[in-house]
Design a protein around this ligand. Structure first.
Ligand SMILES: [Zn+2]
Length: 333
């Protein structure tokens, strides 16, 4: 097949949030885990698959029957026989958005991608130097080498009986240059015929509408940090209607993002917080935590924009909007 010229290539399914010659992140002291300050608690969420498919790799293969023969496919991650989305993957996805909307350091750049000096990774925290180390907002919240951070996700497990299916995709060639922070769009998956071919692979996936349950744990966070975190889950204040929350954009998790897999919507279901520096903390723990209406709590956190980079936030919201009628590239790009 002749190589296609650049004018014929399909539009790429990612976007960049440029650093726009911004000064580097505003750094601050990290928060230690030795006492309760600010917000600590948990948020239970449902993950809904919005794209045609979600693929979360396990590093394993299995064989599936295809046209009377056995074919190898990459399998979906499982634990004890049950499908699972590891919490670390979701944390990574949410962290990338927090990095972008808080003008934090660029942690997730590949070996060949070079972040400018202004946004060079904060680096690790040396043992015994915790009280002297300054970190950007994302590293303070999500951690870095030597500091475990104050936000964690449980692994996500399916809700109800979930069946997987198999799709075929062309191999992936991610871009190598650095043009800012890279994110994938939400576009329509283009199915391939199921004929086995060189440079194509089969994936075990779950389909649109599949739901998973997950818990987000936060510890000693500030209201401004919760304002960032809730936005990075894809939620925002309604632009006109006061007291309303909207889904601003889907977030992208799992593998094969260049084939437009892995757009999900996060639905907060329940929030439990512990009161900070309260003498009755032990009683509260026994009673199962302080309960605040989920929506009222989200609104209170979203109201704090102290750590938000408004320009990056507007740019991200605009570019991450789903383009469900736009086709995702099928072939190598
Ligand atoms: Zn950092």
């Amino acid at each position: 097949m002749p190589r296609r010229g650049p004018q014929q290539t399909e539009p790429k399914p990612f976007f960049w949030i440029s650093l726009q010659d911004k000064p580097g992140p505003e750094k601050g002291r990290l928060i230690l885990h030795d006492r309760f300050v600010g917000w600590s608690g948990r948020m239970e969420l449902e993950i809904e698959v919005l794209s045609d498919y979600l693929y979360v790799g396990s590093g394993n293969f299995d064989l599936f029957p295809l046209q009377g023969r056995e074919q190898a496919r990459y399998t979906f991650a499982r634990r004890n026989g049950q499908l699972v989305i590891p919490g670390t993957g979701i944390k990574g996805a949410v962290r990338s958005i927090v990095e972008a909307i808080s003008n934090s350091c660029v942690l997730q750049s590949g070996r060949r991608e070079r972040a400018p000096r202004s946004h060079k990774s904060c680096g690790g925290v040396a043992r015994g130097q915790e009280r002297q180390t300054d970190l950007c907002p994302a590293c303070r919240l999500f951690g870095t080498t030597g500091y475990r951070g104050r936000v964690h996700f449980s692994d996500a497990v399916p809700i109800g009986d979930v069946q997987t299916t198999t799709i075929k995709i062309a191999d992936l060639w991610p871009p190598k240059q650095f043009k800012g922070r890279k994110f994938y769009q939400t576009k329509a998956f283009q199915p391939q015929d199921m004929r086995p071919q060189k440079n194509y692979r089969f994936l075990e996936v779950v389909a649109k509408g599949t739901r998973f349950r997950i818990t987000l744990f936060f510890e000693n966070t500030t209201t401004a940090e919760m304002g960032l975190l809730v936005r990075a889950l894809g939620l925002a204040l309604h632009p006109e209607k006061e007291g309303s929350i909207v889904y601003a954009f889907p977030i992208k998790i799992g593998g094969a993002k260049p084939r437009c897999l892995g757009s999900v919507r996060l639905h907060p279901k329940r929030i439990q917080t512990l009161p900070a520096s309260n003498e009755d903390l032990f009683q509260t723990l026994l009673a199962g935590g302080e309960r605040q209406g989920t929506k009222a709590q989200l609104l209170a956190w979203l109201a704090d924009t102290t750590l938000l980079d408004q320009q990056a936030w507007s740019e991200f919201r605009e570019k991450a909007k789903p383009q469900v009628d736009a086709p995702c590239p099928k072939e190598v790009y």
